[in-house]
Design a protein around this ligand. Sequence first.
Ligand SMILES: [Zn+2]
Length: 124
Amino acid sequence: MKFPVEQILNLPDMKVLDFQELEGEEIIITIEKSVNYSTCPWCGQMTHSIHQNHWRIIHDLPWNKKPVLLKINRRQFKCHKCKKVFSEQLDCVDKSGSSGSFMVFIRIDLILITYNLVISMPIR
Ligand SMILES: [Zn+2]
């Protein structure tokens, strides 16, 4: 069953790669940034060269007694101009820390999915 997660995640710069609800276990949402480039923080050059993928798991509060895990890819890019390797900026994670509004978005959205509400609601 395919859930329209990205449409109601309220995170326009992220794309959902995978959404799994394991029977009797946990919910795993796999996301990464939807653009395939990043800007070098040292020299400002835009690069498309992905150096490495760095998967990071964030534990959300349980939803419906099930643990919710967010699997986020923070990619490392290599700048061709200054040859430095850097990690991309993930605003939704960096700004909210480990338990900020991002988690609230996810949890509310999961509830919306359950009730099959596809109406776009402003969640604050
Ligand atoms: Zn650079």
